[in-house]
Design a binder for this molecule. Structure first.
Ligand SMILES: [Fe+2]
Length: 313
């Protein structure tokens, strides 16, 4: 019987009121460092403010790439729109060699965006990439979860072995948003595959707020659709919510060191609103009735969680 990676996660060391502009990530040499943006494509001043702050943080935390969870361009998608809603806001990052990897949202034209070189989609609606040995990202098209995409995903995950498996796409499978809420249809199709292969982390957008979901069936979920738009008052904190914010424009910095993924969520003013880590632990033998673990191990503080770093301003 095949062994599957036990991908139960542990969220540890969280303090809602993080006073600071301190870097709360280990910032280790050789780690996988990346940024997370969602629902960016307005070309407005709030997108620009978040972009500027993200570029400022890169002077201290040298992430190599950014994942985008869709709604990359609202409205027109002509060359001048790509300039206004992407190239100009993120110019400092693009000039600094940061790569962007996009997933498609409901406002995005797949035919145009998948062929737009700076989105690194290689002409596909869904794709995977491996920034480093041991870590693999999967960009899905949650607008159309058809048989073909599911077949591709199954094959890719089967081949990914013990790597970290990180999904990013537009529609959140779990959400406490009043406007949209959980994407039940997509969840019904995707969650069984995620569990079968031990997906560790799922990043989504669509909701114009930030919500860190309590681990569901051993998988960590973040929703971040507030990198340019906000829907204030829309987050109806629920039993799903570990932490949420619908008043700030935000991005996330993430870093993978071994079996620990650290995150720091920051607003447009550079203030940290959430931080902590997701840990993958252990392994489990599948049984005839269970293909992956439905159980999260006993919660305990992660010994690897560092204290705040004392950065000079
Ligand atoms: Fe959307």
């Amino acid at each position: 019987m095949r062994r599957l990676l036990f991908i139960a996660v542990l969220i540890a060391g969280l303090t809602p009121q993080l006073a600071s502009q301190e870097l709360r990530l280990p910032n280790k040499d050789g780690s996988v460092k990346f940024g997370v943006l969602g629902d960016t494509g307005t070309g407005g001043s709030d997108q620009v403010a978040v972009a500027k702050e993200l570029a400022t943080w890169r002077t201290r935390f040298k992430f190599d790439f950014v994942v985008m969870m869709g709604d990359n361009l609202y409205g027109g998608e002509k060359a001048r729109d790509f300039q206004k809603k992407f190239e100009i806001p993120y110019k400092a990052l693009l000039d600094g060699g940061v790569k962007f990897y996009a997933a498609l949202g409901n406002h995005d034209d797949a035919a145009i965006q998948r062929n737009y070189k700076p989105f690194n989609m290689n002409g596909e609606r869904y794709y995977s990439f491996k920034p480093q040995n041991g870590v693999r990202f999967f960009a899905l098209d949650s607008n159309y979860v058809d048989e073909k995409q599911l077949g591709w995903l199954d094959k890719e995950l089967a081949a990914s072995g013990s790597e970290w498996k990180i999904m990013f796409f537009h529609h959140p499978l779990y959400s406490s948003g009043e406007t949209h809420g959980s994407a039940d249809l997509q969840r019904g199709l995707l969650e069984p595959v995620f569990m079968k292969y031990g997906v560790n982390l799922v990043l989504a957008g669509h909701e114009h707020f930030y919500e860190r979901i309590k681990p569901q069936k051993g998988i960590a979920y973040f929703t971040l659709g507030s990198s340019a738009k906000l829907r204030r008052g829309d987050l109806q904190k629920s039993a799903l919510t570990a932490y949420g914010n619908d008043t700030d424009y935000t991005f996330i910095l993430m870093e993978i060191v071994g079996d620990e993924l650290y995150f720091q969520t920051i607003n447009q003013k550079g203030t940290t609103i959430d931080a902590g880590s997701v840990r993958r632990v252990g392994k489990v033998e599948p049984t005839t009735t269970r293909t992956a673990q439905p159980v999260v191990p006993q919660a305990k503080p992660s010994p690897a969680q560092p204290g705040p770093r004392q950065e000079k301003k």
